[in-house]
Design a protein around this ligand. Structure first.
Ligand SMILES: [Zn+2]
Ligand SMILES: [Zn+2]
Length: 80
């Protein structure tokens, strides 16, 4: 699943985490902004490149946006 990363600052001395959102637009590799599936208004400013991220992401410090994950799952079940 193509996704764009949001860096979430850790609180109380926790390390930062990376929150992956489903990408909702084109990526030309040099974007100022990435639209995300869970919001029509918000997005990632000065994003890193879109990456193909597995839905069963099991990396420490990285997780999926739950809203985006729900959208992905709903789209998949609609196809079946
Ligand atoms: Zn999201
Ligand atoms: Zn891009």
């Amino acid at each position: 699943m193509l996704a764009t990363a949001e860096r979430v600052r850790g609180t109380n001395g926790q390390s930062d985490t990376v929150l992956w959102h489903k990408s909702a637009g084109r990526c030309n590799g040099d974007c100022d902004f990435h639209a995300i599936a869970c919001s029509t208004e918000d997005g990632i400013v000065l994003p890193g490149p879109v990456q193909n991220v597995p839905l069963d992401l099991a990396k420490a410090g990285e997780r999926w946006c739950l809203d985006c994950l729900a959208i992905i799952r709903a789209a998949r079940s609609a196809k079946d």
